[in-house]
Design a protein around this ligand. Sequence first.
Ligand code: NAD
Ligand code: 13P
Length: 352
Amino acid sequence: SGKSRVTVVGSGNWGSVAAKLIGSNTLKLDSFHDEVRMWVFEEKLPSGEKLSDAINRANENVKYLPGVKLGKNVVADPDLAHAVKDANMLVFVTPHQFMEGICRDLAGKIRKDAQAISLCKGMEVKKEGPRMISALISEKLGINCCVLMGANIANEIADGKFSEATVGYRDNKEIAEEWVRLFNTPCFMVSAVQDVEGVELCGTLKNVVAIAAGFVDGLEMGNNTKAAIMRIGLREMKAFSKLLFPSVKDSTFFESCGVADLITTCLGGRNRKVAEAYAKNGGKRSFDELESEMLGGQKLQGVMTAREVYEVLSHRGWLELFPLFRTVHEICVGQLQPPAIVEYSEHQPKFN
Ligand code: NAD
Ligand code: 13P
C-alpha cells in the first residue's frame, strides 16, 4: 500500500518518548501504518531479562523511561537491519557518538526511497572538519535528512506537558510537512523552518552552554550570573553557527530549537545536573564517573560537544572569539577550575 512505515532508531530516554509520540499519531492518521518499530541497543537487565523483551512484555522502557506506557503499537526490535527493512521513514535518536557506527551498519540495508530525520544533538569532528549528524546520515546512507530539535526534556513530554519543537529542512517543504504531521500533537506543537544547519547547531551547541550553567549552579553564583552565561552562550551559538554555515538564519535562534531549548536545558537538563555536581566536587571527580553514577545509563552530550567545538576553534584560529565555549572545555578536561567559567571577561569577543 502507499502507507508510510516508521522506524525509530534508538530507545533511550528521548528515543522512547519519541516512539510513544509518533505511535499516538500513526494510530490516528490514515497515511501511516499503525505499527512503529523501535530499534533497541540490546542489553541484559539486572533480572537477566533482555531489555527488548522487557519493553515488549511491559510496553514500557523499564530502564530509560520507567513508568510510561509506550502504546501497544510500539514494538521493540533488537535487530537493526530487521527493524529498518520495511520502513520509509527513519527517525534517528541515539546519543550522537553512536551514529557513525549505526550508519555503517545500516549502509545497504534501508529502503531506497527512505526519508530520515535526526533528533540527535551533536556533531562529529574529523581531520576534514566538522560534520553535523544529519549530514553524516545523508552521506553514509544516501538519503535526505531533516532534523527535529526543541525545548524537549523527554520526561516532561512523556507526562503530556505542553511543549514546542522545530523541524529543520533543506529544500523539500512537503517532506518537512510530513514530519510535522507525524510528530505534532495537541501537547507537542511542531513547526518547520528552512534552515537545517541552524536548527541542528542550536540543539547541539546549547548543551555546551548548559554545562556552563551547571558550573554556575554548583558554585551557587545565582540567577544573574546564570542569565549572563545563557546570554553569552546564545551569542556564541549564533556566531559559531554563522561562521560554519553562512546560510544560518537569525530567526532560527528565536524558534523552540534556539532560545527555548537553551533555557530549558540550562534549568532542568542532564548536562546541567552533572556539571553542577562536577563543580560542587571542585573538579575532582570526572564527568565519566559522575555520568554513570547519576544518569543510570543515559548519556551526556555537552562534554563531548565542548571538545568537538574546541577542536574546530583551535583548527580555525577562533579560540579568542569564543571565550565561553573554550572555557567550558578547558574546565571539563581539568585545565581550569570551575570558577574560571566567569573569569574570561578580559578576552572580549570581537563580534557583536
Ligand atoms: P539516552 O541519554 O537515554 O542514552 C541511552 C541510550 O544509548 C540507550 O538507548 C542505550 O541503549 C544507548 N546506547 C548505549 N550504548 C550504545 C551503543 N554503543 N550503541 C548504540 N546505542 C547505545 O538517550 P536519549 O535521551 O534518547 O538521547 C538521544 C539524543 O536525543 C541525544 O542526542 C540527546 O541529546 C537528544 N535529546 C535528549 C532529550 C532528553 O530529554 N533525554 C531531549 C531532547 C534531545
Ligand atoms: P539534556 O541532555 O541536558 O538533558 O538536555 C535535554 C534536551 O536536549 C532538552 O531539549
